[in-house]
Ligand binder design. Structure first.
Ligand code: PMP
Length: 407
C-alpha cells in the first residue's frame, strides 16, 4: 500500500474547508463520528434524484436498481469483513441496534438463570445496557473483565472469569474512551474453549485496521457506518451462519416474512429474517460507497498515518504540566484521552472550540470505565485519515492557550 496523500484526500471532504468561529476547522472528534467524503455524499442526491424506490418487492426499473445497489452493499460488506457469505451480513441502524438484536434474539433464546455473560470494563454503554436489561428479565449474571492501570484488559482475570457457566463474551475490539486495542482473536480462542460465544463490538476498529471476522473467529461482529466515513443511521451485524439461522426473529413486520396468516406466519431466510420494515436504503448504499472509499485508500496506510499522529500528539501533550493521559496501553488506536489539573474537561472543550478545534469531552458513554479511573469526564482527541501534523500542532498550541486561561 502507498502512504497516504493526505492533502489530496482532504480535498474530498467539503466540511474540512469550513471555518468555525472564524478559524479553520480542526476536527479531532472522529471516534464520535467521522466526516464524509464527497463520493459518499453524492450517493444521496444520486439515489433520491434517480432511483428512489422501495426494495425487494418491486418489479419496476427503479425498484430493481435500488435493490441491486442495496444488495450490492451486502457483498461489499462481506468482502470488507471477509465474511464467508453475504447472507451473514445484517443491516441495522448501527452498532447499538446490532448488539440489541443479538441480546433480544440470541440472548432471549439461549440465556437462562445461572448463566453468565462476560462484558469488559472498557465497554461502551451500548455493550452493557442491553445485557443489563436482559439480565434483569432472565436472571443470568453479568460479570466484568477488569482493566489494568494502563487501560488494557486484564487477560489473566479474563481467563479466570471464564467457566462452564459462561455463555457469551461481549467485548469491544477497540475502546472508544481510551483507544485500547483488545486481543479479540486470543479472547475468542479462550471463550470458545470455555464453550462460550464471543460478540465483538467493532465500532472503533473498522475505521483503523483491516478486520477479518474469520481470522478473529468472532461469532458476532458489529460496527456503525458513521464512524467509517459513511452516514449515520446504518450499521452492520455479522454473525456465524448456523447461529443466525437458529436465532428467532427480533422485530416483526414486512420484509422479514415468507407467509403471513392469522394462524401464524413463517419467516424469511437470513439475512431478511432480521431486517423488518423498509430499511435506510440510501444510507446502506452510501455505507457501501464509504467502505469502497476506505479500501481504495487502504486501511494499512490509514492506520499507520493515525499512529504517527498519535505518537506526535502523545509526545507533545505529555509536556503539558499537570496533564494525565488515560489509556497508555502499548496497543492503541488513534485516541488520546486526558484530564488536566485545575482545568475542567467541559471548559477545555468549550474554549478550544472557540479556537476552531473540535474534541470530545465527557464520559464517552463509558461511565464505569471513567469512574474506575476516578474521573467523571475526560477530553478526547481522536484521529482520522484526513488529519495532519499541522492540525496536531494547532491542537496542542490551542490546548496550551486554553489551559493558561483556565488556571
Ligand atoms: N461501541 C463503541 C466502541 C462505540 O464507540 C460506539 C459509538 N460511540 C458504539 C458502540 C455505539 O455506536 P452507535 O451509536 O453508532 O450505535
Amino acid at each position: 500500500e502507498a502512504p497516504l496523500d493526505v492533502a489530496r484526500l482532504r480535498e474530498e471532504f467539503p466540511v474540512l474547508q469550513r471555518k468555525v468561529h472564524g478559524k479553520a476547522l480542526v476536527y479531532l472528534d472522529n471516534a464520535a463520528t467521522s466526516q464524509t467524503p464527497q463520493p459518499v455524499i453524492d450517493v444521496f442526491s444520486d439515489y433520491y434524484g434517480r432511483y428512489n424506490a422501495n426494495i425487494h418487492r418491486g418489479l419496476h426499473t427503479l425498484a430493481d436498481e435500488a435493490t441491486a445497489a442495496f444488495e450490492g452493499t451486502r457483498k461489499t460488506v462481506r468482502g470488507f469483513l471477509n465474511a464467508p457469505d453475504a447472507r451473514q451480513i445484517i443491516f441495522t441502524r448501527g452498532t447499538t441496534e446490532a448488539i440489541n438484536l443479538v441480546a433480544n434474539s440470541w440472548g432471549r433464546a439461549n440465556l437462562a438463570p445461572g448463566d453468565e455473560v462476560l462484558v469488559s470494563m472498557l465497554e461502551h454503554h451500548s455493550n452493557i445496557v442491553p445485557w443489563q436489561l436482559l439480565a434483569r428479565e432472565i436472571g443470568f449474571t453479568l460479570k466484568v473483565v477488569p482493566v489494568d492501570a494502563d487501560g488494557a484488559l486484564d487477560q489473566v482475570a479474563y481467563l479466570e472469569l471464564l467457566n462452564e457457566r459462561t455463555r457469551l463474551v461481549a467485548v469491544n475490539h477497540v475502546s472508544n474512551a481510551f483507544g485500547t486495542v483488545n486481543p479479540v482473536a486470543d479472547m475468542a480462542v479462550a471463550a470458545h474453549r470455555a464453550g462460550a460465544l464471543i460478540l465483538v463490538d467493532g465500532a472503533q476498529a473498522v475505521p483503523h485496521q483491516a478486520v477479518d471476522v474469520q481470522a478473529i473467529d468472532a461469532d458476532f461482529y458489529a460496527f456503525s457506518g458513521h464512524k467509517v466515513y459513511g452516514p449515520t443511521g446504518v450499521g452492520v451485524l455479522y454473525g456465524k451462519r448456523e447461529l443466525l439461522e437458529a436465532m428467532p426473529p427480533w422485530q416483526g413486520g414486512g420484509e422479514m416474512i415468507r407467509t403471513v396468516s392469522f394462524d401464524g406466519s413463517t419467516f424469511a431466510e437470513i439475512p431478511h429474517k432480521f431486517e423488518a420494515g423498509t430499511p435506510a436504503i440510501a444510507e446502506v448504499i452510501a455505507l457501501g460507497r464509504a467502505l469502497e472509499w476506505v479500501q481504495s485508500i487502504g486501511l494499512g496506510a490509514i492506520g499507520q498515518w493515525e499512529q504517527e499522529l498519535l505518537r506526535q500528539a502523545t509526545r507533545d501533550i505529555s509536556k503539558i504540566d499537570g496533564l494525565r493521559i488515560l489509556g497508555t496501553a502499548p496497543h492503541k488506536a488513534g485516541v488520546l484521552s486526558f484530564v488536566v489539573d485545575g482545568a475542567h474537561s467541559q471548559d477545555i472543550g468549550l474554549l478550544i472550540d472557540q479556537l476552531g478545534v473540535a474534541i470530545r469531552t465527557g464520559h464517552h458513554c463509558a461511565q464505569p470505565l471513567l469512574n474506575h479511573f476516578g474521573v467523571d469526564a475526560t477530553c478526547r482527541a481522536s484521529f482520522a485519515a484526513y488529519n495532519t501534523r499541522e492540525e496536531v500542532d494547532i491542537f496542542i498550541a490551542a490546548l496550551n492557550r486554553v489551559i493558561g486561561m483556565l488556571r
